[in-house]
Design a binder for this molecule. Structure first.
Ligand SMILES: [Fe+2]
Length: 294
C-alpha cells in the first residue's frame, strides 16, 4: 500500500476547536445529529455509550422564539399576581438589574400555556420515550410538570448555576438500584459557552452506587472537572441525557441580560400516576434545596 493511499484515507480536518471549551471537547466530537421521526441505531449507540445525545434543530428557531415569548408572557402574568408557588412547588424569584422581577424556575408550564402543551404533542417526544424510556409518559401534572429554567448571572438572580449531581439520589434513598431518569432539555435560547450551561462527565451513567455517593458532593461541588464535556446548544436544539450521569450547569462568563439561558425540561414519568393540584403540599425535597441555597 502506497503512502499516497494511506493519506487519502485520513478524514478531512475538523474546524479548529473553540479555545473556550473544556479539554474533553477537543477529544470527543459531539455530532450534529438530526431527529427526523425515530431514533436511529446510531443515535441509540451514541446515547448508550456516552450517556447523552444532542439533536440540532429539533424545532426551528421561530418555534423556539414563539415558546420563549410565551414563557416571557407567563413570567409577566405570574409576577403581576405575585405568585409564590404552583401546585405546592415553590417559585424562585429574582430581580433583574433594572429592578424587574422574574422567576428562575417555573413548573407546570404546559398546564398554564397552550403553546407548550401543543409542542409536547410532537410525536418525536413519544418516539424518544419509547426508544429510551419505554413505559414512561409525559406527566404534565406530575412531580414538577414541564419546567422552564431561566438561568441568569447577576446579583439579583438566585438561580445562576447548579453544582455537580446525578438525578439518582432519590432511588438511592429508597435503597433501589438507580433507574435511568431520562432528562430531555429543549433550548428556548442560545447556549454558547459564554452563558455557561450543561457540563457532563461522559460515560458515568453506568457507575456503581458507591461511585455515585463518593465521586463528588451532590450539588455542593461547583468546580469545573478536568474531564468534563460542555454541551453547547442553539435555540431549537434538544439534548437528552441519562440522569445517572454526573452533570452540572456552569455559571455564565457574562452577566446581566446577556447571560440569560432558558431551557425547558420534559416531565418523563414512570410508576403509578401521582397528579398534583393546587392543594398539593410542598415536597420535602424543596425544603432541602432551600437549605442548600437553591
Ligand atoms: Fe440534573
Amino acid at each position: 500500500m502506497s503512502f499516497a493511499q494511506d493519506s487519502a484515507a485520513v478524514p478531512s480536518p475538523q474546524p479548529p476547536p473553540d479555545p473556550s471549551l473544556p479539554r474533553a471537547n477537543r477529544v470527543i466530537h459531539i455530532p450534529d445529529f438530526r431527529l427526523e421521526h425515530r431514533l436511529t441505531a446510531e443515535h441509540i449507540d451514541f446515547f448508550e455509550t456516552y450517556g447523552f445525545i444532542r439533536f440540532k434543530g429539533f424545532a426551528s428557531r421561530d418555534t423556539a422564539a414563539g415558546l420563549y415569548a410565551a414563557f416571557n408572557a407567563l413570567t409577566a402574568d405570574l409576577v403581576a399576581r405575585d405568585t409564590s408557588e404552583i401546585n405546592g412547588v415553590p417559585l424562585i424569584k429574582g430581580r433583574r438589574d433594572d429592578g424587574s422581577a422574574f422567576y428562575g424556575r417555573i413548573p407546570f408550564v404546559s398546564l398554564q400555556r397552550e403553546e407548550f402543551r401543543e409542542f409536547l404533542g410532537d410525536p418525536r417526544f413519544q418516539a424518544i420515550i419509547e426508544d429510551l424510556a419505554p413505559g414512561s409518559r409525559i406527566g404534565h401534572d406530575e412531580r414538577d410538570g414541564l419546567v422552564v429554567n431561566c438561568f441568569r448571572n447577576h446579583a439579583g438572580a438566585k438561580y445562576k448555576n447548579l453544582g455537580w449531581h446525578t438525578d439518582s439520589l432519590r432511588d438511592i434513598a429508597y435503597l433501589e438500584k438507580p433507574r435511568r431518569y431520562l432528562n430531555v432539555g429543549f433550548s428556548l435560547s442560545d447556549s454558547p459557552t459564554r452563558v455557561g450551561g450543561l457540563r457532563v462527565l461522559p460515560c458515568t451513567h453506568n457507575q456503581s452506587i458507591a461511585s455515585m455517593l463518593t465521586t463528588k458532593a451532590h450539588f455542593l461541588d461547583m468546580k469545573p472537572d478536568p474531564n468534563e464535556l460542555a454541551i453547547t446548544t442553539e435555540a431549537g436544539d434538544l439534548t437528552l441525557h441519562d440522569g445517572r450521569l454526573w452533570h452540572r450547569t456552569a455559571l455564565a462568563q457574562v452577566t446581566g441580560d446577556a447571560s440569560e439561558r432558558c431551557v425547558m425540561y420534559l416531565p418523563v414519568m414512570d410508576g403509578p400516576r401521582k397528579p398534583k393540584t393546587a392543594a398539593s403540599a410542598t415536597p420535602f425535597y424543596f425544603h432541602l434545596k432551600k437549605l442548600l441555597g437553591y
